[in-house]
Design a protein around this ligand. Structure first.
Ligand code: NAD
Length: 384
């Protein structure tokens, strides 16, 4: 009897596959889906080198307990044909090198998380324009249920946005009473509907520039267009996408070199992969070309933003507000200065954190595996 091709699925505390799916049972007839319990790095290296599996199924437990799979390149057995990534970002792997040196295909889940990441971009956009992060801090931690008191902050120009040294001593939450507007100042709300001088606005009718116009970027465009009535612009290296494919009106910008590309949008949304070509695409120079009080949302990768430049622009008011799901140094420590700001909405990289995602990830990963190991294809969503 011929040996079935093997798939190594590392786990320790969490099982990140849905093995009740009918597709799992069906593929088990043709492929050996091996749940491998993680112990030590050394044991994993031995398993990789000696198990003669054809596929490594990447899991978060692998990252959490043994580090990046990139550390194990040299231990991949010659039988390995596929690295199956059950999410989207594959920037932790050197895909071209795996293909060149070992003929290994890297697959991900293609468009299957795009709508969920798009939902969060929509949320972050709303938060940026309506300054919901500011109001939530006031409401939740200080006034404990008196909305009218939160509204008193509207119009003030004196709210210190950096609060790192101001805590109430008990629970370390910022203490807005310390920086309300001056008591005897009368605020003309018709001219100052602001928080700390930053406008509280509606996204309706405003222009969004989307950088990274792949599956996620295109889904974001649809949601911003139809959900928030925004005008959509996008830059795409490979040229424009037809409006029939997109299903909504969007203006193509042919270059990021033209200052006009940066000067028009009220919002810039990043849905870019981590790569040397996208490193610090938002930086002091590109920010200086933007409209005053521009807003920035990033759901792609933290590496695309020069965080020092962004924080400086928030401080100066050049950037009104920011919504971030991703950060530089996510694996170690997110820059603390973000936590101290009212004008930043923070999320802990939860673009595709929904409970049916494990089932969807499993299904698409099984399809990639079947295509490569059983049908000799390149997978449904090859990335290298
Ligand atoms: N926040 C989250 O939880 C979450 C979840 C999934 C994916 N992501 C990130 O979103 C990224 C995009 O995902 P996707 O499914 O849309 O990928 P995709 O491959 O469909 O789209 C990426 C787009 O970026 C473009 N691009 C790449 N380099 C560029 C550059 N230098 N300048 C301009 N455009 C460039 C590509 O041409 C492509 O159009 C992923 O790589 C991942 O890093 C984040």
């Amino acid at each position: 009897m011929t040996r079935k091709p093997g798939v190594l699925i590392p786990f320790k505390n969490r099982l990140e596959v849905d093995d009740c799916l009918p597709e799992w049972k069906r593929l088990e007839d043709q492929v050996d889906l091996i749940k491998y319990e993680i112990t030590t790095k050394e044991n994993f290296k031995v398993a990789l080198a000696q198990s003669n599996v054809e596929c490594l199924w990447i899991t978060e437990d692998l990252f959490n307990h043994l580090g990046s799979p990139a550390e194990f390149y040299d231990d991949f057995s010659p039988s390995l044909k596929l690295v199956a990534v059950p999410w989207v970002g594959t920037d932790f792997l050197d895909g071209p090198r795996l293909k060149r040196e070992k003929g290994i295909v890297v697959c991900n889940i293609g468009p299957n998380a795009a709508s969920n990441v798009g939902e969060l971009a929509l949320f972050l956009t709303l938060s940026c324009f309506r300054m919901t992060s500011f109001f939530e801090h006031c409401f939740r931690f200080v006034h404990r249920g008196q909305p009218g008191l939160c509204a008193e902050y509207v119009g003030g120009k004196k709210h210190a946005l950096t609060v790192s040294n101001i805590t109430n001593g008990e629970n370390n939450y910022p203490f807005p009473e310390k920086f309300t507007c001056e008591q005897d100042q009368v605020v003309d709300l018709s001219k100052n509907y602001t928080i700390a001088g930053k406008t509280i606005a509606s996204p309706n009718g405003k222009t969004a520039l989307i950088l990274g116009f792949g599956y996620i970027g295109q889904s974001i465009g649809k949601k911003l267009c139809y959900g928030l009535d925004m005008k959509i612009q996008y830059f795409k290296r490979s040229g424009p996408v037809s409006s029939e494919i997109l299903g909504y009106p969007a203006t193509y910008c042919s270059t990021l070199e033209d200052p006009k590309t940066w000067a028009t949008p009220d919002l810039i949304v990043l849905a870019l992969p981590g790569h040397e070509s996208t490193q610090n695409i938002i930086n002091a120079k590109t920010l200086s070309m933007c409209k005053d009080q521009v807003r920035i949302v990033n759901v792609g990768r933290g590496s695309c933003v020069d965080e020092d430049a962004l924080l400086q622009a928030l401080e100066s008011g050049k950037v009104a507000s920011v919504g971030l799901d991703v950060f530089k140094n996510e694996g170690t420590k997110v820059d603390e200065r973000f936590f101290d700001r009212w004008d930043v909405t923070l999320l802990p990289h939860i673009g595709s954190t929904v409970s049916d995602m494990i089932g969807r990830q499993t299904l698409v990963t099984l399809q990639n595996i079947e295509d490569v190991l059983v049908k000799n294809g390149r997978g449904l969503y090859p990335c290298n």
